[in-house]
Design a protein. Structure first.
Lengths: 416, 97
């Protein structure tokens, strides 16, 4: 792998940038791999990278039915934070945030990770009680978190309507200074390039059509490019996880919903942090390109169509304008949808299954992007060692039968 | 935005008047204490999540406020039919347990 550096940029400029090495290979599928990872999004690529790097498994492949990072990795609103309420979730997301902090150096790829801080606004007394509870819980877990009052919020974001005249006046907020944003595509590309350099085969346009079993254990995947034999199959397919599970008769407690997001036209720098509000239900940040990146909640019906209904877009924009009247004349550039797999307790499933050699990492719902490196690392461990990573133990599929749910809904910011 | 025919109002109305409730035709166990943990979990948490036709319950929340059922395709979002509570669909989804 060619190392990227300032000097390299200068050197390649001499030859008009025509001699850059390909970022990753495009190999033909081998007959057999030790592990096949189904799903070439951020989580799948991160899983491959950590599996190769930390567990020495290099005869592995990532199969992706479209192109790398073309699903939810390309469709999210790029927010990274770890201020979750419950210990299990907080530890997992904080682990991930710590990985984010050194990731660009480690991957030698500019992820444009910007710790610009994340505000979660409170608009009612109950909001503020919940925020205080969550901030206290975060601090007990060693996560930086702070309660801000109305004046402190206004000082951080002068363009936010913090007046008493607002329909839902801002009473305060929680503030995580280490939260922020990262360039979503770069995360997939960075992991893909690093995994490829370690010998992982990235097989694009390879759709899994079946999972073959022999004597109760997995022995490979059927694809549109033929059968690929494998000792272990790790599924990281977000919205399509249920479809994969159904191939082997496993039920997952998932529902796939459309989640929409949108960007405005690029404008000059005006917002240097991430602002989220569960109450009026919208969140936004400004990308380095200058466009406002806006998101809200899922469309409430099931949908695999990667698009949603216009009334959801309308509600989202109403919420944003309520918070930021200054943006009332900004024009939207694009809106799109992704398919998110939501779990009843709004927490992921990182788990072995009753079929030997088959693993699932799914159910991240609306907030998986922030967990990309952490999810990959704990899942790689779970698959390679065939036992759950200590941080993943609580996210086993059996929690729905045992009743030991991790109820992040409502308590810790439904919005992601 | 979906354009939904309410079988009670017998009118097409816009999606904003409605709320989706979830999978239709779920039968509440009559003797929950006799169920195993797996059966109870299945009743509480495990829903069909088909890529294709889906029977789901909706409520005409800002209209007649009645519940009704709908058969809808989850990829094309095409609504095949809506029908009153207590009735069975005339178009049956493949994935019917």
């Amino acid at each position: 792998m060619q190392k990227y550096s300032g000097f390299g940029l200068l050197k390649h400029s001499m030859s008009h940038h025509e001699n850059w090495q390909r970022v990753w290979r495009n190999p033909a599928p081998k007959k057999h791999y030790d592990v096949v990872i189904v799903g070439g999004g951020g989580h799948g690529l991160a899983t491959a990278y950590y599996m190769a790097k930390e567990h020495g498994l290099t005869n592995i492949a990532v199969v992706e039915k479209g192109y790398l990072g073309g699903g939810n990795t390309a469709r999210n609103t790029t927010i990274v934070r770890s201020n979750y309420l419950w210990d299990e979730a907080a530890h997992l997301y904080e682990h991930s945030l710590k990985l984010w902090e050194g990731l660009a150096q480690e991957l030698n790829y500019n992820l444009m990770f910007s710790q610009r801080g994340v505000l979660n606004l409170g608009h009612s007394l109950q909001d503020m009680r919940d925020i205080e509870r969550r901030v206290n819980a975060n601090r007990l877990n060693g996560i930086d978190s702070q309660v801000l009052n109305n004046a402190q919020v206004q000082a951080k974001v002068p363009i936010l309507d913090c007046s008493k005249n607002a329909r839902y006046p801002v009473m305060g907020a929680s503030w995580q200074a280490r939260g922020g944003t990262a360039r979503h595509d770069a995360v997939a590309w960075g992991f893909a390039r690093a995994a490829d350099a370690l010998g992982v085969d990235l097989l694009q346009q390879t759709e899994v059509t079946g999972i073959r079993r022999k004597e109760g254990a997995v022995c490979g995947v059927e694809t549109n490019r033929g059968f690929i034999s494998a000792n272990k199959v790790a599924c990281v397919a977000a919205g399509n996880s249920s479809t994969l599970a159904k191939m082997v008769g496993i039920d997952l407690p998932l529902e796939s919903h459309p989640l929409q997001a949108m960007v405005s036209e690029p404008i000059k720098p005006i917002l240097d942090t991430v602002v989220m509000s569960n109450h009026v239900h919208g969140y936004l940040s400004q990308s380095d390109k200058g466009d406002l990146v806006i998101g809200a909640g899922i469309d409430s019906y099931l949908g695999y169509g990667q698009r949603g209904s216009f009334n959801v877009v309308e509600h989202t924009i109403a919420a944003i304008i309520e918070m930021f009247p200054i943006f009332s004349r900004v024009r939207l550039n694009r809106a799109w949808g992704g398919v998110v797999d939501t779990c009843p307790d709004a927490c992921p499933i990182i788990s072995k299954t009753h079929i030997n050699g088959l693993y699932f990492n799914c159910g991240w719902g609306t907030g998986g992007f922030k967990a990309t490196p952490g999810s990959g690392q704990v899942f790689a461990h779970t698959v390679a060692k065939d036992e759950p990573h200590p941080l993943a133990k609580a996210f086993n599929i059996d929690r729905f039968t045992s009743g030991k749910l991790i109820d992040e809904h409502g308590a810790a910011g439904v919005a992601h | 935005m979906l354009h939904i025919h309410c079988p009670y109002c017998e009118e097409y109305r816009e999606e904003e008047e409605f709320n989706v409730v979830g999978e239709a035709h779920i039968v509440r166990p009559t003797a929950p204490e006799e169920l195993s943990d797996e059966q109870w979990a299945s009743y509480l948490f495990f829903r069909k999540n088909p890529r294709g036709l889906h029977h789901e319950m909706w409520a005409h929340s800002h209209g007649c406020r009645k519940f009704f059922n709908m058969t809808r395709h989850t990829v094309t979002y095409q609504i095949m039919e809506t029908y009153k509570m207590g009735l069975q669909p005339s178009i049956i989804a493949e994935d019917t347990k």
